[in-house]
Design a protein around this ligand. Sequence first.
Ligand code: AMP
Length: 223
Amino acid sequence: MNILMFGPNGSGKGTQGSLIKGKYNLAHIESGGIFREHIGQGTELGKKAKEYIDRGDLVPDDVTIPMVLETLKDKGKDGWLLDGFPRNMVQAQKLWEALQEAGMKLDYVVEILLPRETAKNRIMGRRLCVNDPNHPNNIFIDAIKPNGDKCRVCGGDLKSRADDQDEGAINKRHDIYYDTTTGTLAAAYFYKDLAAKGQTKYIELNGEGSIDSIKQTLLNQLP
Ligand code: AMP
């Protein structure tokens, strides 16, 4: 099964993605993660991408698109969950063309809907466990409030990502996401239109629910 996931930073997209990739044994392909790997390994691509990422800008399409499409072909043969890509209309169109060419089906497109202000608060409340970044902790979400100043899962120390506390950077990311003309929501609506023509299925989830309720609603709509 091949799934594309949309949701603003702060919507729980990463959390839901990790949960469903386990159930369907999907390769979790995360464009931001691929960039971070390249930066960590000091590759040419990593060096090119780093300056854009540090500024909070999108990495140019001529770097990003081939990188993601190659990873899909390499690691996605038995099903994939694509996360963080496409981020704009051009990427959405190129991905669709590449899928058609490769004869790959896009089974589901999932959009987590969340008002911009709520998304911002959630980002600023996010805390990272030093033992495992997948342990969910957020001082503004009741269901996953840390235990005092410790991780609610393992009791580990918590820290916050510097870019999570940078309002300017958050606004910049959300400007791109909530742009319905050429940005990420435009990309999402491109697939919504395809779904209306029967070429994929589009699932909308209310991101204001708890992690568990969103997960259940999502799983109920998947086979
Ligand atoms: P993320 O972890 O998804 O927030 O991605 C981290 C950074 O990687 C973003 O702020 C962008 O600079 C870059 N990036 C990730 N995905 C894309 C994409 N699809 N297109 C362009 N840049 C991206």
